[in-house]
Design a protein around this ligand. Structure first.
Ligand code: GUN
Ligand code: ZN
Length: 429
């Protein structure tokens, strides 16, 4: 097993800054992490670790900030090609741009090409794990999981189920969605670092019998996550009401079919009713905030402080390609702007925690990824806090680490990502 001691500035979390303030972040001006094989085996002050591990290879990253790689907890990798498509709100956006593009994933070769492009883009942006929707085609999942396996990247994904309100070439059935998902699950779940996610797209594109089939599959595989969309736009919520006239609310359309629980992930969750918030809290389900998508498609302002303050578990995500960026830095910047519009600004420590530990927690993987800690998988990045002249002139006058990091959060992009490691192996960025 190879042992490498990485020296640099080091940032880790000892708890949640939402609960205990920014001081739960541990910052070492001259820190070190020891990577043994694929895992972190020691962490501490550079001098201490150098003395404790005198005979290992040393890589000195100088002033770069070593921290956990970003975890993007809600994406549609198959929408890579239509990111930044102009002028539509959710339902028109799906019909005009998204569905025609997703239809192309019947072709495995096309899916493989997009999977490679997507992984290159996100790794260059410092994202080391993600949770993706596929398309209805099993090929979309084979393509992305082959690509992540090749790179030894920890990833979650699932075939999207849709049996109504989509074009004919994007429709499966309750039975085929069950059969195809079950087959993909048995092949890919826990295959390398991959995990399968049961994925009904959202209530408007599934009949009751398909939601029931997805609920049955999840009951048979309760260790899997289940992901879907919830209360993203007001028109969507009205549509759900008309399709499910007997449902108490949007969440009830899932709950009725067993699609609720601590391993459920609901993307967006902007316009929640009080009953929905209470049920989500009771069941321990996770919410995923997708800020650049919510501004880009015009969905609304997520209530981060309100929801986290009442004990909800929340992750952060790009929602590529409804989201307008592959970068979790840009995603944090927009989360900050939304929090300002809500009158409850997020601290840089909270933003960094959401994009690493918070996302890992909603994925039930915070003992594996999302932090630099002994025993964790060595997915980490080296961040340049002076990557452009605009950022540098601001960060050099900073009086503490948060003031130094914040310009990179607000103005940084892939130029700030100097190096990326997946399970201890340096990637080309
Ligand atoms: N709701 C259902 N499907 C989608 C999707 O692909 N993107 C977004 N943003 N919302 C959705
Ligand atoms: Zn989505």
């Amino acid at each position: 097993m190879t042992n490498t001691l990485h020296l640099g500035r080091v940032l880790t979390f000892d708890g949640s800054p939402f609960d205990n303030g920014p001081d739960v972040a541990q910052y070492m001006r001259r820190g070190a992490i020891l990577v043994s094989g694929q895992h972190i085996s020691d962490i501490g002050e550079a001098d201490v670790l150098r003395a404790r591990h005198p005979n290992v290879e040393v890589q000195d990253h100088g002033d770069l900030l070593l921290m956990a790689g970003f975890v993007d907890s809600h994406v549609h990798y198959a929408q890579t090609g239509i990111i930044a498509s102009w002028g539509k709100r959710l339902i028109d956006w799906l019909n005009s741009y998204t569905f025609p593009e997703e239809a192309r994933f019947a072709d495995l070769e096309y899916a493989q090409t997009v999977a490679t492009t997507y992984l290159n883009l996100i790794i260059a942006n410092g994202t080391t794990s993600f949770c993706s929707y596929g398309t209805i085609h099993p090929a979309s999942i084979d393509a992305i999981f082959h690509a992540t396996r090749e790179r030894n990247m920890r990833a979650w994904a699932g075939k999207t189920a849709m049996d109504r309100n989509a074009p004919d070439n994007l429709i499966d059935t309750a039975q085929t969605a069950y059969d195809d998902s079950a087959k993909l699950l048995s092949h890919w779940h826990e295959n390398g670092r991959n995990r399968y996610v049961i994925t009904p797209r959202f209530s408007p594109t599934s009949t009751e019998s398909q939601l029931e089939a997805m609920g049955a599959l999840w009951a048979e595989h309760p260790d899997c996550l289940m992901q879907t969309h919830l209360s993203e736009q007001v028109e969507e919520i009205a549509w759900v009401q008309s399709l499910f006239p007997n449902a108490k609310d949007y969440l009830d359309t899932y709950e009725t079919y067993g699609l609720i629980g601590s391993r459920a992930l609901y993307g967006h969750a902007i316009h929640l009713e009080e009953r929905e918030k209470a049920r989500i809290l009771e069941t321990g389900a996770g919410l995923v905030h997708c800020p650049t998508s919510n501004t880009f498609i015009g969905s609304g302002l997520f209530d981060m402080k309100g929801l986290v303050g009442t004990g909800h578990r929340v992750g952060l995500a790009t929602d590529t390609g409804g989201g307008s960026s592959f970068s979790m830095l840009r995603t944090m910047a927009t989360a900050y702007e939304i929090s300002q519009l809500k009158g409850t600004p997020l601290h840089p420590a909270e933003l960094l925690w959401l994009s690493t530990v918070g996302s890992a927690k909603v994925l039930h993987a915070d003992t594996l990824i999302g932090n630099l800690s002994i025993g964790h998988e060595a997915d980490f990045i080296a961040l340049d806090l002076a990557s452009t002249p605009a950022i540098e002139q601001r960060s050099t006058r900073a009086e503490d680490i948060w003031e130094e990091i914040f310009p990179t959060i607000m103005m940084g992009d892939d130029r700030a990502i100097s190096q990326v490691w997946l399970a201890g192996t340096a990637q080309k960025v």
